[in-house]
Design a protein around this ligand. Structure first.
Ligand SMILES: [Zn+2]
Length: 404
């Protein structure tokens, strides 16, 4: 998964897809050039030193030194020789994906999925924890148990831990507010880095999904609005390839916008929030009486609902249409403010299939200026149920190695 990008030195802000821009110029030039070369090798899959020099603008002598350094670190390995251009066939280099592991946990849902990944995002170990006690202090202890287990299953040194969590997360990794997890001002990043003595990166789950879609979804867009509908509803906003965090790290918290005043109570304390109308728990409750089978994962329930709607089940069609209308109410305003063309829907509602997307498009069409509606490119996410973990891993790799 970390294999299709071009390269440039990166800056410390969250940014996913990177481009060749210029050589490093600051005092830590060697370190930055190492990152540049690593990103180049990762992006190409296999490449000769001469081609790295051409792609990065660095001298062949510098490239030789840097590639040797990366080989000594175990991050790069020889892959054989490429076609000769007349002389000696060039040696090709590639990233040794197995050289480092990344531990990632997605805290989005009651089915908590955690993985050990290699540098290309291939999982070598995965667990799913289903428990009623994933909230509050118990939730932190459960997370420790999960990571304890994962860190014992890592064949290579761990580059870092990536956590995708619902709620508002600040840049230090403190979860300011995650009502669903009953976490308030929990310094999760600090707790985990102290316990495991590893770099830890904590990111809001919708933002993680947005990073994954931007990095690996091949959307060909620099601006993305990625909406995640699962246990909660949230959005990740990418403007010019950067996550827009907002002044208090709360940009994208659309799940607690009230769409039904006086409606159902929400765990955030208000009533009638979008999450009380369009998040998975409420939808499962509404769908179950109309489904033949209600066993299995939440994703299977949504999949069965999509199939039943396609077979003409009118009650389920109405639930799906209402969900689209409620979501569109908030998205229309968001789109009108941001003027983003590409809107990506991720999470379990993708199991509803095309009719849901069509209905959502119609509802948004009816609610915004035709200038905005005519440019709208609505689609489902392409990173599936791995989106949050892929985004968290991309964040660890980009922050720790300067590449993604
Ligand atoms: Zn709420």
């Amino acid at each position: 998964m970390f294999d299709k990008h071009s390269y440039r030195e990166r800056d410390p802000q969250i940014s996913a897809r990177l481009r060749v821009q210029h050589k490093a110029t600051r005092h830590d030039q060697r370190s930055q050039n190492l990152r540049l070369v690593l990103q180049c090798i990762l992006g190409e899959g296999s490449i000769s030193r001469a081609d790295i020099a051409r792609a990065t603008g660095l001298t062949p002598a510098t490239i030789s030194q840097l590639v040797s350094q990366l080989e000594r670190d175990g991050l790069v390995e020889e892959l054989g020789t490429g076609p000769s251009a007349g002389g000696k066939p060039p040696t090709l280099y590639g990233v040794n994906a197995a050289a480092r592991n990344i531990v990632v946990v997605d805290l989005s849902d009651s089915e908590r999925v955690a993985s050990v990944l290699d540098l290309k995002g291939t999982p070598s170990y995965q667990t799913t924890t289903t428990s009623d006690s994933l909230q509050g202090e118990e939730g932190i202890k459960a997370l420790y148990r999960t990571i304890d287990d994962l860190t014992e299953q890592t064949p290579a040194p761990v580059l870092g831990i990536g956590i995708g969590t619902p709620g508002v997360v600040d840049s230090s990794g403190t979860v300011i507010e995650a009502s669903y997890l009953d976490w308030h001002d929990v310094p999760l990043g600090a707790l985990l880095s102290e316990r495991y003595s590893l770099p830890v990166h904590v990111i809001n789950n919708s933002r993680a999904a947005a990073l994954a879609e931007y990095s690996y979804g091949e959307h060909e867009a620099e601006n993305l609005l990625v909406v995640k509908v699962g246990n909660g509803v949230g959005a990740g906003v990418l403007l010019d390839g950067r996550i827009h965090g907002g002044e208090d790290s709360a940009a994208g918290e659309i799940g607690h916008v009230v769409v039904n005043p006086g409606g159902l109570p929400c765990y955030c304390g208000k009533t009638g929030c979008l999450e009380t109308m369009a998040a998975a728990p409420r939808l499962v409750e509404a769908l179950e009486p109309h489904l033949d089978t209600t066993s299995g994962t939440i994703r299977k329930i949504f999949s069965a609902a999509g199939a039943a709607a396609a077979d003409g089940n009118e009650a389920i069609q109405e639930i799906i249409n209402n969900t689209a209308r409620n979501l569109a109410t908030v998205l229309a305003t968001t789109i009108a403010v941001l003027d983003i063309h590409r809107v990506v829907i991720t999470g379990v509602v993708s199991e509803f299939g095309d009719p849901f997307l069509d209905r959502l498009r119609d509802e948004i069409d009816d609610a915004v200026l035709s200038t905005l509606a005519s440019k709208l490119e609505l689609c489902y996410g392409r990173t599936g149920d791995q989106a949050v973990r892929m985004g968290a891993a991309a964040l660890v790799v980009s922050q720790e190695l300067g590449v993604v």
